[in-house]
Design a protein around this ligand. Sequence first.
Ligand code: ADP
Ligand code: MG
Length: 335
Amino acid sequence: MKQTSTLPGEFELIARYFAPLAKGFPGAFGLLDDAAVIAPPPGHELVAKTDAIVGGVHFLLDDPPDLIARKALRVNLSDLAAKGAIPRAYLLDILLPKTVTEEWIASFARGLAQDQDTYRVHLIGGDTDSTPGPVTIAIMAFGDVATGRMLRRGGARAGDTVFVTGTIGDAALGLTVLRGKLTHLDTKVASFLVDRYRLPRPRVTLGPRLIGLASAALDVSDGLLADLRHLCEASGLAAVIEAPRVPLSTAVRAALATDSEHITTVLTGGDDYEILFTAPSAALDELTGLSQTLDVPITAIGRMESPSLGKKTQITVLDESGEPLTFDRSGWTHF
Ligand code: ADP
Ligand code: MG
């Protein structure tokens, strides 16, 4: 990295802020070598995932740096969780404009340190460079899974139940609040939603326990219906979802009470970072037990079906009276 006026040099930054985050992972060699080594436990393989976020696109330039760091890490951990993997380590590529201050980087590193404690992962390497554009962060995360057991999108079977963890729509409505809408909401409700947007809670405890129970899984990042579509397409199946069964927080219910049109945002908005999965009915008792043990809500919202003859895989969403709803760009409309 070229020396900038406001920042110490690349190696000084790495030594001061990033090397401490590699402590406790021998294969990171204290960030003093060119590359790191990850040894999965015997009988396991590594699941790898990367996600980049760009200032002004995926986060606001004046967002708190520690929250930016934690979100950047957590969106990757969410993918690992949905694949049944236990997170181990991550790489960090960070591109910094000259306007970034050392305090910004210090706060960013503190955010990472905090989440490393929570999720038991280590920074094992990366790249630091300058950019003429906005701050750009790419994290690549690695997790362990028993060989051949990674949860796939394509394993669902007709008759399987569709489940989702947690609640849906909080983050999407949180973003709506940040965009200056939903102004009539109670401040407590609004800040709950904004927090859910800023800081995902990846389901790292549940994900690995779904191996052997779930037939297919993915995390909800694009929106419940878009991600369900991905699962349907990969599995070659259709799905029927009962809208009233989709789990909603009290905050989202409060927003819907003021304007029921927000249901579109809830079902299609994204950034939930919950796990959407399918499982046969034989798995139900075990899932109920897991939900209680891990304190992770799991809700059945529909079922997988064979696609009707001549039709592509499709999703049907039923309203409270069992009438199908359809979604187009302009929102929900009855057939
Ligand atoms: P190279 O010259 O081979 O690109 P670097 O000088 O970029 O290597 O990096 C030196 C060491 O510091 C490497 O171990 C690299 O993984 C680590 N490193 C560089 N930037 C970061 C970062 N942002 N986070 C974690 N490790 C980093
Ligand atoms: Mg480099």
